[in-house]
Design a protein around this ligand. Sequence first.
Ligand SMILES: Nc1nc2c(c(=O)[nH]1)N(C=O)[C@@H](CNc1ccc(C(=O)N[C@@H](CCC(=O)O)C(=O)O)cc1)CN2
Ligand SMILES: Nc1nc2c(ncn2[C@@H]2O[C@H](COP(=O)(O)OP(=O)(O)OP(=O)(O)O)[C@@H](O)[C@H]2O)c(=O)[nH]1
Ligand SMILES: [Mg+2]
Length: 447
Amino acid sequence: MDTTIAAIASAPGMGAVGLIRVSGPEAMACVSRCLPEGRKVEEFAERYATLTRIVDGDGAVIDEALVTSFRGPRSYTGEDSVEIACHGGVLVMRRVLERLLECGVEAAQPGEFSQRAFMNGKMDLTQAEAVMDLISAQTDLAMRAAHEQLQGRLGNQTEALRSELLGIAAHVEAFIDFPEEDIDTDTGVELSKRLLQAAAGVDRLLQTAEQGRVLREGLRTVIFGAPNAGKSSLLNGLLGYERAIVSDIEGTTRDTVEEVLNLKGIPVRLIDTAGVRHTEDVIEQQGVDRTRAQVETADLILEVVDGSQPPALRLSEEEIAGRHHVLVINKSDLGVYAAWQAEQGVAVSCLPGQNLDDLVAAIAHEISLGAGEWGGHAVAINARHQACLKRARQSLLAAEQTLSAGEGAEFISMDLREAMDAVGEIAGRIDTEELLGEIFGSFCIGK
Ligand SMILES: Nc1nc2c(c(=O)[nH]1)N(C=O)[C@@H](CNc1ccc(C(=O)N[C@@H](CCC(=O)O)C(=O)O)cc1)CN2
Ligand SMILES: Nc1nc2c(ncn2[C@@H]2O[C@H](COP(=O)(O)OP(=O)(O)OP(=O)(O)O)[C@@H](O)[C@H]2O)c(=O)[nH]1
Ligand SMILES: [Mg+2]
């Protein structure tokens, strides 16, 4: 962290304005070297944009830019920082960055600005993660969840939990200091109650894992069915534009086609697949294999059938057991074949101009949208938080069992310490560089 780093912070590619970020002890000095003779960032009004030229080593102009300085600790990273808002040309930004590298800065690693902000106590780990969630959010609901986390909601909850555990541990440890004293019945009952309450708190957080995963990654929704059932037509109908090729030739879709649909705030990753049938065509067969693989990992299966025809190939009972599954009886405009009437499904038509509201409602129902389960939670944890919380729960339950079994306080204390470590890890009480590197390494450059 004694180096000075720089990166393009705006999206890759051309834009009206491009932002280059510089952070570290030499940020102002390095940027000053890129300015015309006599101009110094140190003399610019701090936190105000100043118009200046950026020049190369020979004094030739690279660009005209707005430069803003932030003196640490009052900056995003907590270090001295400078932002250069230059023209958003790919070449312009690259030239400015190259000039900075000549002037002594190093190219930032992915997530390095946020990692520094974390190291300098500007944000906890859940907030740093929330920054990335916010950037990658695809729906309002996902954005709101990221915002809650960025405000410190999850970090505050886990830190409160940790401090409760610390309180319990202090109580338990008092008995270790006086080995002749056993934990008396009243204290044992009280401690046990507090341990179980803490475990219940952990459980409540764990229950938001599924929602968190879907908000971050989207609900993997696979459109399955025989060739010509109208799967690609359904994809297009739900999206509201012609994403996939539709034709009356069986086997039109060969590879999977994926697009995100915003379904009442939930990002739904719709995956159109190749129609499943027996085929001698090796390429089509590969498509069919891909379809089968997609079905196995789907969060939701939309099984599309041609309702104007008698039932043929269907997913088996075993294949849909315990899965979110909606039967879509398509081509209802041609009349629904009698055998389908008895089935639990949604009759639709994917001809252009038809509305698919009934299907959207059925999907929403299937994933419990109607029950107000979405968006009601203040937090939605990610996979890393989930792993920490599972460890914490296990240790808490172990501590409670040790207590109930009347075993020594030092054993309870050990379990509690493990639980505290696991909970503390969520907000970033981690002492290995490696783990941090792994987390921040998945961020984007310039963040
Ligand atoms: N130009 C620009 N826009 C940006 C960012 C940025 O870094 N630069 N952000 C980056 O992601 C986000 C805003 N987040 C920020 C958070 C804190 C500070 C900051 O300077 N904090 C100081 C001062 C606080 C204050 O003045 O109240 C501090 O915490 O001490 C800056 C940006 C979105 N927009
Ligand atoms: N009448 C009617 N025709 C439909 C409907 N939906 C799709 N079709 C027609 O059915 C044919 C097949 O549609 P696709 O969407 O390509 O079918 P698919 O299931 O994707 O087929 P494959 O990609 O070959 O597996 C096309 O000619 C569509 O226009 C519908 O609701 N009503
Ligand atoms: Mg198709």
